[in-house]
Structures are given as C-alpha cells and as structure tokens.
Design a protein around this ligand. Sequence first.
Ligand code: 13P
Ligand code: 13P
Ligand code: MG
Ligand code: MG
Length: 372
Amino acid sequence: MKVTISVIKADIGSIGGHIKPSEALVDAVRDFVAAKKGDLVIDYFIGTTGDDIAILVTHTKGVNNRQIHKMGWDAFKTATDEVAKPQGLYGAGQDLLVDAFSGNVKGMGPAVAEMSIEERPNEPFVFFAADKTDPGAYNLPLYLGFADPMYCAGLMLSPKMFKGFKFRIMDVNYTKGDKSIDLNTPEELYDIAALLRDNQRFVVESIWSRETGAQAAAVSTTRLHNIAGKYTGKDDPVMLVRVQGEFPATGEVLAPFEKCHLVAGFMRGSHTGPLTPSKLYTDISYFDGPPVVTGAAFCVHHGILTEPADVFANPFWDAVRTKAAAKAVYIREQGFFGAAMLGMNELEYGGIVEKLKKLDARFKIRETKKKK
Ligand code: 13P
Ligand code: 13P
Ligand code: MG
Ligand code: MG
C-alpha cells in the first residue's frame, strides 16, 4: 500500500519562556487532528520536543498536499487563537509567520518533513524532532549513519546496502527556489563531506536507497530567518528515517547521536551547544537549551501506527546525557567569545547589527603620516 507520512511542526507558544508548550495547548492541537482521523488522515501522533509541537499523520494524499498542509496550519492557528493567546503563553503563534494559509505550509514558518512510501510488509521508521537548533544539525548523524561503516555496519554486512545511498543536499541560502544536488555514496563521499561540513548552508534534504530507489530519509530544511528576514526563533528541524531491510538498522541510525556534536541554536539561536539525545516530551532549561533531539520509533501498517518507542529512553543514553551536560558547560565557559557564539553570518538577523552600525559611526580614523 502507498502511504504518506507527514510531519508538520511549529512553536506556537510555551510556558515560562521557550520551555515547553502547555498541556491545554497540546490537547487543542491533538483534538483538532483527532477529528480528522478516518477522514483526511489514517492515523496520527502528537509529540512535543522543547517548546515545539509536532503533528505526525499518515494518509494517502501524497507529499505537499494542500489539504494536509492546511490541516496542520489550521491546527496550529486554532490552538494559538483558542489556547496560546488566552493563556498568555510566551511567543504565542511564534512560528506562524504569515497571516493566511496559501497552499503549502513550507515557507510559512512551520517545519515540514514528509515521505510517500510503498509500505513494506513491516515498516519501521523513526521520527526525530530537535529544539534549539537548525536543520544542519542532522548532517553529521546522517552522514555517519548512512555512509560510514564505523557506524553503519550494514554497509559491509547487508547485501541490500552494498550499493550505498543517494544524498540530496540543499543549499538553504538560496531563497528564490529549491536548489539541490544529488550525490552518491560511496563514490562521491568526499564531495558530500565537503558540502555537509558547512551545515548552516548545506543541509541533507533526503536520502534514497541505490539498491531499490526507495526513499530512506526526509528532513525539514526551512531556515526561518530566510523567510522572515530577521530572527524569529530557531528552525528546530524534524526528520523521518526508515530503518531495517535496505536501510540502516535503527541502532545504526541512533549510534552517531552518542557524539552530542556541537550545533547552532543554543540561547537566542545565537550560540553553539551539544545536541543532546533526550526522552520524548523533554523540556528546555540550561541557557535555553541545551539543544535537544528526541526520537519516536514506530511501525506502520496500512497507515495505522503503533504506539511510539522512545529511542533515547534506554539507560545507555543517561551516560550520554551526562557527557552532553559536560560539553555544554565546557563551551559555556567561554561565554560569547569565539566558537561559543555563532558567526556574523548567522547573527546578522538579530539586534547586534544595529548596535554595530551605531558603534561604527563612532569609530575615528587617525591620519597616518604620509611618506614623501
Ligand atoms: P534481530 O535478529 O533481533 O532481528 O536483529 C537483527 C539486526 O541486525 C539488528 O541490528
Ligand atoms: P525557539 O526557536 O525554540 O523558540 O528558541 C528561541 C530562543 O532563542 C531561545 O533562547
Ligand atoms: Mg519558542
Ligand atoms: Mg523551539
């Protein structure tokens, strides 16, 4: 059966700063989506990660479907108007950047990741959501999980993976349309590496099996500052990854998250911090972070979802979280200096630009003696 899995995620307000959405707000989103079950959507899951709410739905309408996107938009808009604003939540409607829905929710603020798949007899996949970071945060784990046999032993052991994968990489700085390149592993591994190292600009958009041509992964690539032209919150990306069979095993996809690699998006979207693998529904704390990623694994059959398995709940990840906390404190020791704060290319959407402009006018240039 052909099924589409769509995730639409937004920050529409949270309690006590950028911490977590209120229960009433999540309920309002859930009620809105639940009313569509058996009609527009086959099944759904509502998750929260930090201050973001994600709507995951299964349906048969394909990707970029107007009705599905409108449902997501309307769910967030209704919950904003009926709960976030009356409750006085912080940043009510934060990610709803335009006034009216116009066909496709991409480019309007919410993050979207979706895949149309031919369901395998058993169809396991993982839904990842990250808060206080941007889509480039997934570059390293995807590179390691799909292209490095040190992490993905299946590249050596599973004949269905011997041909490797196709990476579709987007240049998110290009705003006139979608600019992307397709590169194959293993032949073009070094080209992929050369792009993915610049994870503010080049972002994995999707990954495809070279054995079967089937899609393995879909990542939301929205950069909010490219839409709004100013800082309006971090992009907080979502991702779908199919696992097992011709794709990496679940554990191979998860293994790279043990690194807690440093990503952009800590405090005011302006600092560097470790991506911390966290339990579902984890909220935000230290220095408006640290950046968190959650993972909900499902099996889907005829569009019906199992309950989620929380992939970072195993006690192993407690030790990893302790490491992440140490890394967070380590980089925070140097405050705003050097590598701890993002470069000007990221900060140019924030207030520091005005400050620097004013200061620039106060600089004095001393005449130097001219040589005769
Ligand atoms: P099972 O034998 O438990 O299905 O595991 C297979 C596997 O390869 C997991 O990585
Ligand atoms: P969010 O994008 O998750 O709302 O975070 C904004 C922020 O800058 C917190 O410091
Ligand atoms: Mg927020
Ligand atoms: Mg957020």
